[in-house]
Design a protein around this ligand. Structure first.
Ligand code: PLI
Length: 460
């Protein structure tokens, strides 16, 4: 093979390995039927390459494992909390830090402390758990992302940006006092891991603050976002990801984080803010749902691993290799003509199921079926990010019909090698040749909350 440019390599080597299991096509078909055509309901042991999520599935470093041994398991005042607090202040810049067991724990606390029933919450595309907590707290989510985000293919470098006109229209229509806050997810998970520019974040902050509205960052994958800013936004190429991340956070008033992504841990979350009154409320509520403010549902060792994970995550070479691995996989599919979301995002490759299975109407769940068919074909597990994930309108009870009907193949950090992506891409490319034969699904069981996790289907 002739190189057309200098290759890159992972900035780590492998010390511990975990065997993978291969299975037969018949076995996988049987497993999928038993799982009701929902990849969340498969047994992980029946999966070969697990691209369900990058959440809690990352490989910890030797240093993170060593920190697990020095975790302080004190019920109150754990030393490990103070270590985590110091690192969060240093790398995110907020004054007050409350740990939670995972991201949705943080969302629950923040939503309960900041939303008055009847208020609206603006945001750049919904995220499943985030919107669910906002609704449970009595809020109504309003999407104010730019229209470009709904196009699966675009050359916009920051498809996650907020549309300032949409945001201001909401404020004027509903009244600033009826907008609880604006939440900025960066990058935007449901849009395909698409980033938000620094310029947009600054403008959102200025507009929100002009009207006395708070800005809440979903900083779950903020370090990936900072990398995209470094690579794509004029004026940031010479700045470190660490520095860009801190600047981005500085335009917000508070943040929720699922530490299971950027921070290279299997469990953990954070809610952070600068306002002492909000902190007081969060601290008061965390003991109801999570635990003492110095452990928030986590073991001391988890907090040590999070603190060390954060130090590693903000290193330029760590984040560059993470994003380049996603890009490597995406390009294999793109070059073979598979319809994927472009630009390739931060945490996974998203297949456009409306194009892949163009003969299956959205109400027959094409992305749900495609995720299932990919598993049956090659043992690779992805997840649906379309009509099933979108759920139902809380007022009318109707399905939401999202523009994007996607299968997400998510890349856990430091877990798989390029060869795994070659194998996965090869099988998906083969499948694409026979795509016309696929049939849609009907939903036979629908849970009340976050239905995509546990819904069951039958093949039509
Ligand atoms: O899964 P949690 O509760 O730790 O975090 C919830 C959560 C909040 N915000 C964002 C942007 C997420 O991506 C997120 C969880 N994401 C999952 C589980 C995923 O597979 O993308």
């Amino acid at each position: 093979m002739a190189f057309t440019k200098k290759p890159w390599a992972e900035p780590y080597r492998i010390k511990v390995v975990e065997p993978l299991k291969t299975t037969t096509l018949e076995h996988r078909l049987q497993c999928m039927k038993e799982a009701g055509w929902n990849t969340f309901l498969l047994h992980a042991d029946d999966v070969y390459i697990d691209l369900l999520t990058d959440s809690g599935t990352n490989a910890m470093s030797d240093l993170q494992w060593s920190k697990m041994m020095v975790g302080d398991e004190a019920y109150a005042g754990s030393r490990s909390f103070y270590t985590l607090e110091e690192m969060c202040r240093k790398y995110y810049g907020y004054k007050y830090i409350v740990p939670t067991h995972q991201g949705r724990g943080a969302e629950n606390l923040l939503s309960k402390c900041t939303i008055t029933p009847g208020q609206y919450v603006a945001g750049n595309m919904y995220f499943t758990t985030t919107r669910q907590h906002q609704e449970i707290a009595g809020g109504t989510f309003v999407d104010v992302i730019i229209d470009e985000a709904y196009k699966s293919v675009s050359d916009h470098p920051f498809k996650g940006n907020i549309d300032l006109n949409k945001f201001e229209k909401l404020i004027k229509e509903k009244g600033a006092e009826n907008v609880a806050y604006i939440t900025v997810g960066a990058p935007v998970n449901m849009a395909g891991g698409q980033p938000v520019s620094m310029e947009n974040m600054k403008a959102v902050s200025a507009m929100a603050h002009k009207y006395g509205i708070k800005v809440v960052l979903d900083a779950t994958r903020n370090i990936e976002n900072a990398y995209f800013i470094q690579q794509r936004e004029p004026g940031y190429n010479n700045r470190s990801v660490e520095d860009i991340n801190r600047e981005f956070c500085s335009y917000s008033d508070a943040a929720t984080v699922s530490a299971k992504k950027d921070l290279y841990v299997n469990i953990g979350g954070l809610v952070m803010c600068n306002d002492p009154d909000l902190y007081d409320e969060l601290r008061s509520l965390v003991v109801v749902y999570e635990g003492m403010p110095t452990y928030g549902g986590l073991a001391g060792r988890d907090m040590e691993a999070m603190a060390q994970g954060l130090i590693e995550a903000v290193q330029d070479e760590t984040i560059a290799s993470r994003i380049k691995q996603v890009e490597y996989f995406g390009k294999l599919l793109q070059e073979a003509g598979i319809p994927i979301v472009l630009p390739i995002g931060g945490h996974g490759v998203f297949i456009d199921a409306k194009k892949f299975y163009s003969h299956i109407p959205q109400e027959q769940f094409p992305a749900q079926k495609l995720a299932a068919d990919i598993y049956i074909e090659c043992g690779v597990r992805g997840m649906e990010r379309g009509i099933v994930s979108a759920g139902r309108n809380k007022d009318t009870g109707d399905h939401y019909y999202p523009e994007l009907e996607l299968v997400r193949l998510t890349i856990p950090r430091r877990v798989y090698t390029q060869a795994h992506f070659d194998v996965a891409a090869y099988s998906i490319i083969e499948m694409y040749k026979n795509r016309d034969k696929a049939r849609g699904l009907k939903m036979i069981y629908e849970p009340k909350y976050l239905r995509f996790f546990q819904a069951r289907f039958e093949e039509l």
